[in-house]
Design a protein. Structure first.
Ligand code: HPA
Length: 253
């Protein structure tokens, strides 16, 4: 591992644990912004070290708008994390984003509100206006794409991620508007995670798994948890393998 490289995986819905981790050690970190979603889990896969953090908590009990994104990112930075792969379950909007497709977005539109979304708050010494023109790390995205190609998974190498507030799903009209805006996929946890990572100068990329057609898409049926869970189970198995496959190259960044 490069001296400066430390990898973290932030797990999303369907990836609340990472049982492939060997020599698991956990550490509770207190931050100026409060508690992280869970203890940080340190471990290794085939000798490649990483930190795992499930953003919804170990019992999957923290809703997207209640996640303490600032504490999570701050704690990872404090532990020396330089590169993050964020895993997010999403709905598919455009026609090439069907359930179980793995997607590496390259852009974001943020529709969230009332979240603690910056370190430049009242207590900051100076206000930061970070550049977010390209919100995701190209070097991480290239490695994830290579790993997906290697394992033969269907994937999309670019997409616009629309981040909504949740926890409810969207209306048909909201998804139609998002499509007009240029969104390809929709999820509830992509922001402010990506911009906080940028504020802390951490390389960050998203590995999204489509687990349902967004409202009004596909055959237009209403969205049930059964459908979501079914796609999540088989899709997340591929995502786990992909992450394991990508680790050697990520560690060399
Ligand atoms: N909308 C928003 N977030 C989601 C969806 C969706 O359809 N599916 C999974 N996360």
């Amino acid at each position: 591992m490069n001296n400066m490289t430390r990898i973290a995986i932030i797990g999303g819905t369907g990836l609340d644990e990472f049982s492939a981790l060997q020599n698991l050690r956990s550490k509770k970190i207190t931050t100026p912004y409060g508690e992280t979603s869970s203890v940080l889990m340190f471990g290794a896969i085939d000798g490649h070290e990483l930190i795992f953090l499930p953003r919804h908590g170990e019992r999957h009990n923290i809703a997207p708008h209640n996640i303490n994104y600032r504490a999570n990112l701050w704690a990872l930075k404090e532990q020396g994390v330089s590169h993050i792969v964020a895993v997010n379950a999403v709905g598919g909007i455009t026609k090439n984003m069907p359930p179980e497709k793995i997607v590496f977005p390259d852009q974001i539109i943020d529709y969230t509100y009332s979240r603690q979304h910056t370190y430049s708050d009242d207590n900051a010494n100076s206000v930061m206006h970070v550049d977010l023109s390209l919100p995701y790390s190209d070097s991480i995205r290239r490695i994830l794409q290579a790993a997906a190609t290697e394992q033969g998974s269907a994937f999309e190498s670019s997409a616009v991620y629309g981040a909504t507030q949740g926890p409810r799903l969207e209306t048909v009209a909201e998804i139609a508007r998002m499509e007009r805006d240029g969104c390809d996929i929709v999820g509830m946890t992509g922001m402010p995670e990506a911009s906080l990572a940028r504020e802390l100068d951490i390389e960050y990329a998203c590995c999204a798994l489509v687990v349902n057609w967004a409202a009004g898409k596909g055959d237009g049926d209403i969205i049930t948890m059964d459908v979501i869970e079914q796609h999540m189970r088989s899709g997340m198995a591929s995502v786990r393998q992909l992450l394991i496959g990508a680790l050697p190259a990520l560690s060399k960044l």
